[in-house]
Design a protein around this ligand. Structure first.
Ligand code: ARG
Length: 298
């Protein structure tokens, strides 16, 4: 076998690092990541403000630049479109400043749309707005009896749903969700108020790969995660505390908060292509990339 041939075979799999022998390179597992075209819904932050504090990131005395929020959000929308994804826009409603966090509007998968039931009265009105959007897309939205904050706490991974509880979505809603969408639901307890939604503490990267911040979870939840995802990427505090896990992945490209530079490096090492975006204004409401993005699963 000539040397040139070996280099070409391994080039996509494992970049050569100093100290590696050619057999290390050849033996390393091949990580081929592939993008799948996605369908997202987003709500422009034209009414965005921090007028109340319902999570530890929100501080009503911090000024918010609403125009900058819209400009940053628009970069995120265009990033998805440049990757070939479809983005639907949801009509923003005045008086609902958190409506930009579209992930919380519900869970749409396999022809079923479950609309959110919000924990706090300040956001309750968003349920009707997301319900109207679902109806407009031809769904008959399912309402739950218990609190569920949509894809803030309900993350689809392959053919199952990882479901957070402890701060917003109620554990009792998980069974309602499983019945509605006909998928197994794995309940994960969140224990740190900074990581109040599952999508602040755990990122779905593809149908079998996740990244997470272990200190955000109870012991049993950590056991469940380790069992289901032995290769999960564990994220450092520095990245978790800039909401670095609040990402959207198409299986190859991972759109993440620009400040999460450590996680970006881990993602590159694992064969993903990180794309950092700056959502500093929306961070003031306790959200970032994933919070602004409701994925419509086929
Ligand atoms: N201010 C919003 C709240 O506290 C932020 C929601 C962030 N959304 C998310 N998917 N984590 O409810």
């Amino acid at each position: 076998m000539d040397a040139q041939r070996v280099v070409i075979d391994c080039a996509e799999a494992t970049p050569y690092r100093s100290g590696m022998t050619i057999s290390d390179v050849a033996a390393a597992p091949v990580r081929t990541r592939t993008a799948r075209l996605r369908h997202y819904a987003m709500t422009p932050p034209v009414h965005f403000a921090v007028e109340y504090a319902i999570n530890p990131w929100m501080d009503v005395s911090t000024p918010v630049d609403a125009d900058l929020a819209v400009a940053q959000w628009d970069v995120l929308r265009r990033t998805y479109e440049s990757l070939g994804h479809t983005v639907d826009l949801v009509e923003p409603v005045s008086g609902l400043p958190d409506m930009v966090y579209a992930a919380n509007g519900g869970l749409v998968v396999g022809g079923t749309a479950v609309v959110a039931r919000f924990a706090y009265p300040q956001r309750a009105g968003e349920a009707d707005a997301y319900d109207a959007w679902m109806v407009g897309r031809g769904y008959a939205p399912v309402r739950t009896r218990h609190v569920n904050e949509g894809q803030g706490d309900l993350l689809v991974v392959g053919s199952m749903v990882l479901a957070g509880y402890g701060f917003r979505t109620e554990l009792a809603a998980h069974e309602e969700i499983a019945d509605a969408v006909g998928m197994p639901v794995v309940s994960l307890e969140l224990i740190d108020p900074r990581f109040y939604h599952l999508d602040t503490a755990l990122a779905v990267l593809d149908d079998t790969t996740i990244a997470y911040y272990p200190p955000a979870f109870g012991d049993e939840a950590r056991r469940r995660i380790r069992t289901a995802f032995p290769d999960a990427i564990e994220v450092a505090s520095a990245d978790a505390y800039v909401l670095g896990l609040n990402v959207v992945s198409d299986g190859l490209h991972v759109v993440l908060p620009a400040a999460a530079t450590g996680l970006a490096g881990q993602l590159s090492d694992a064969g993903f292509e990180p794309i950092g975006v700056d959502l500093s204004e929306l961070f003031k409401g306790g959200g970032s990339v994933k919070c602004c993005t409701l994925e419509v699963y086929p």
